[in-house]
Write a protein that binds this ligand. Structure first.
Ligand SMILES: NC(=O)c1ccc[n+]([C@@H]2O[C@H](COP(=O)([O-])OP(=O)(O)OC[C@H]3O[C@@H](n4cnc5c(N)ncnc54)[C@H](O)[C@@H]3O)[C@@H](O)[C@H]2O)c1
Length: 316
């Protein structure tokens, strides 16, 4: 039933979500506010594909030397088998043919599903839902990738709130398979179920996509828990209990985290972490109190990896 997918916002998430749908052979229209930003999104997609291809290009050689380091000598035939086993390559031209970029809402009119991934600001998202209303068919599903904002409020700006859902992907969606799905409060479980079934049939670069159902409650599942961990890590650092490096090490080696909380915050973007924590504080109160350390980093323009500096310096 789904064929054409629209993505609004060609930033870090929107372009990566577009890549996942194109990888699964859907036609994708990727929209941003102007063609420069949309083109930047396409360049990001090219980089995702290049990184994937060069990883798999090096993989057979690495596997052969791993085996040979054990003292085993592989025949040419065995090496060939290893080569074939790991020969995953994305055809970049083929994938890019499925993606059209645009700066116009009207080019999304044939989409069966549109996912909004613009800035994490309720007014901006409400405005997008209002504007897109005039262009989509009555059957189309309109989703938001918000990390913390009200889906129900966005739905009230859309012509048919029953078709509005949350589809919250994780960063980066081409390796992290989880997607949290929820209907808006005035929505129907039917649209959410359709999105759930769609994702169940999809894969990213590493796994099958893994949707879970939730409700439109601020922060949903993962962020509500994870942002508390990041916030608490900043408080531990503020109280001079440990350095940020040691806190990251402790959480990786003691709690099994793949990234420490400061590394994760820099990866997600400190502006996003800040905006989400502010929303959580409004809704859940003092347990999400913001640290001045984070506020000062934002004021200094340190947004994490994307700006070259956050808790850590990435310019060296
Ligand atoms: N970064 C993450 O780790 C992460 C993870 C999950 C969800 N999210 C959510 O995804 C959304 C996008 O986050 P991001 O990190 O990709 O942000 P980003 O700043 O990288 O990208 C946002 C893009 O949206 C565009 N945009 C703004 N208004 C628009 C409009 N009216 N029409 C079209 N495009 C518009 C901007 O020009 C920009 O290119 C946010 O809601 C965020 O909370 C982010």
């Amino acid at each position: 039933m789904f064929k054409n997918i629209g993505i609004i916002g060609a930033g870090a998430m929107g372009s990566a979500i577009a890549e996942v749908f194109a990888y699964n052979e859907f036609n994708v229209v990727l929209k941003d506010v102007n063609m420069d930003f949309a083109t930047r999104g396409l360049k990001h997609i090219e980089k995702i594909v290049d990184d994937y291809n060069s990883y798999y290009e090096r993989l057979p050689e690495r596997e052969v030397s791993r085996i040979e380091r054990m003292g085993l000598k592989l025949s040419l035939e065995q090496k060939e088998k290893i080569n074939n086993y790991f020969s995953h390559k994305i055809d970049k031209n083929d994938l890019e043919k499925r993606i059209k970029i645009t700066d116009k809402y009207e080019n999304l009119s044939k989409c069966d599903l549109v996912i909004e991934a613009a800035f994490e600001k309720q007014e901006i998202k409400n405005g997008i839902f209002k504007e897109i209303s005039g262009y989509l068919s009555d059957d189309a599903i309109m989703a938001t990738n918000t990390s913390s904002l009200s889906v129900t409020e966005m739905a009230s700006y859309y012509k048919n709130p029953k078709k509005v859902i949350l589809m919250h992907f994780f960063n980066p969606p081409y390796t992290l398979p989880l997607v949290e799905i929820a209907p808006s409060t005035q929505g129907s479980d039917d649209a959410a179920k359709q999105a759930y079934d769609l994702l169940k049939g999809m894969k990213n670069h590493r796994n099958n996509m893994q949707p879970v159902m939730t409700r439109d409650k601020t922060g949903f599942i993962v962020n509500r828990i994870l942002l508390q961990v990041i916030n608490e890590a900043i408080k531990v650092y503020d109280e001079n209990i440990a350095t940020k490096e040691d806190i990251d090490t402790a959480m990786k080696y003691g709690a099994g985290f793949p990234m420490g909380p400061f590394e994760l915050a820099d990866y997600v973007g400190l502006d996003i972490v800040y905006d989400v924590l502010k929303t959580f504080k409004d809704v859940y109160g003092d347990r999400f109190n913001l640290s001045e350390t984070l506020t000062n980093l934002i004021r200094a323009g340190y947004m994490g990896r994307k700006s070259g500096r956050g808790f850590y310096d990435y310019t060296k």
